[in-house]
Design a binder for this molecule. Structure first.
Ligand SMILES: [Zn+2]
Length: 183
């Protein structure tokens, strides 16, 4: 998917988490508790051997969609209170706080272990990403069925669709049909 722009570093982690599902065409990488824990362990966000259950999966997906919601604000969409509440809930459950490590540098870390801790690391990554220069370039695709998160590397930050060849053209065709119907 080289034509879907990808961010790096902490922005890339946030983008990768939200893009674990392709809402339009599938698949969903977080389709069951095992794939969820595998995804988190592979990225060092969850202790190896931690088992997730269905409630963890629902929570992780809710957090994922809440992050998609706040990224949508970069594309001009409204932020829903339910998304804000979901993210604050993940912060509270994980007890994320500032901790100075042995190298003298401060980080946001969860006190909670297990799945709550893993989701705490995700929301901490969102917080750090929001302080990055590229945050405003992280956008959700304007196609309501797609909402894929892409990194807008266009010079004037004007990209609206994840992939002009599909979403952009599909959206233009839809608007053309609506216009011609109205006449
Ligand atoms: Zn799209």
């Amino acid at each position: 998917m080289t034509d879907r722009e990808t961010a790096t570093g902490v922005l890339g982690l946030v983008q990768a988490y939200v893009n674990t599902v392709d809402l339009q065409d599938g698949p969903d990488e977080l389709k069951d508790p095992n794939t969820l824990s595998a995804w988190l362990v592979a990225r060092g966000l969850l202790e190896a051997g931690t088992r997730a259950d269905e409630a963890d999966l629902r929570h992780a997906v809710a957090v994922r969609e809440a992050i998609r919601g706040v990224i949508g604000a970069n594309s001009g969409a409204a932020v829903y209170p339910v998304d804000v509440a979901t993210l604050n809930g993940a912060v509270v459950a994980s007890h994320v706080r500032v901790r100075f490590a042995s190298d003298g540098k401060a980080r946001l870390e969860p006190e909670a272990a297990g799945m709550d801790g893993a989701l705490g690391r995700i929301v901490a990554a969102v917080f750090v990403a929001m302080g990055e220069e590229g945050w405003a370039r992280l956008k959700t695709c304007d196609s309501h069925k797609c909402r894929w998160v892409f990194y807008d590397s266009s010079r004037n930050h004007s990209s609206r669709w994840c992939k002009m060849a599909s979403c952009g053209n599909r959206e233009k065709a839809r608007r053309f049909r609506e216009r011609t119907k109205a006449n």
